[in-house]
Design a protein around this ligand. Structure first.
Ligand code: FMN
Length: 190
């Protein structure tokens, strides 16, 4: 088996609790973004963007998370926990998607597949560079204050990707069995 494929089969998410500095540099994030751009993309619509949250933006993000938590009626303690999440991971990247419903040849589900494939390529590239990462979303991604802060017209904030140097090996939650999703077609007449 090719070494790179063996490494890909080992990819698992690593939560922010299990990562430390250094995170990827901007050049490494750009490289991972190039891998993301290799996702299959019908019509070359590129229906996604990766937006890096700079260190100087963490306080601003914390205020937005806190606003979401207060609007959701959370306790002061939970608002503080939500605030802290803005400081998760040495690097933090927002995944923004724009689905265009008016492209007859490329229905929305195909555009979502492209955005998801791009995210997977992004995570795989980071993994191959030795970083751990986890995609995290939650209701806050749909809060108007966060949408406004990250999105242009008709875009949606889907999730944040926390990235850093792993402090422990990932714990696989499942043993993958290809046969659960792999079969030979037994259609009519076969
Ligand atoms: C768009 C997106 C959003 C996600 N949001 C969350 C989340 O808010 N909380 C969570 O625990 N997992 C979330 N996940 C799942 C984790 O990122 C991760 O994929 C999952 O725990 C499976 O682990 P694995 O990647 O090691 O297989 C999300 C995944 C995606 C693709």
């Amino acid at each position: 088996m090719p070494v790179t494929l063996r490494r890909l089969l080992e990819r698992h998410s690593i939560g922010p609790r299990w990562m430390t500095a250094p995170g990827p540099t901007l050049a490494q994030l750009r490289l991972a973004t190039r891998a993301a751009l290799r996702a299959p993309d019908h019509g070359r619509l590129v229906p996604w963007r990766a937006v890096v949250v700079p260190d100087g933006g963490r306080e601003v993000l914390a205020d937005l998370f806190a606003r979401f938590a207060r609007d959701a009626g959370k306790t002061d303690e939970d608002v503080a926990i939500e605030r802290e999440r803005a400081f998760n991971g040495p690097a933090l990247v927002a995944w923004v998607v724009r689905i265009d419903d008016d492209v007859a040849e490329v229905p929305a589900h195909e555009q979502w597949m492209c955005a998801g494939g791009a995210l997977a390529n992004f995570l795989n590239a980071l993994h191959l560079m030795g970083f751990g990462a986890k995609t995290l979303s939650g209701r806050k991604c749909r809060h108007p204050a966060l949408t406004q802060a990250f999105c242009r017209e008709r875009e949606q904030l889907v999730a944040f990707v926390c990235i850093g140097t792993p402090t422990r090996k990932p714990t696989p939650r499942v043993v993958d069995d290809a046969d659960e999703v792999f079969s030979l077609w037994r259609g009519p007449g076969l």
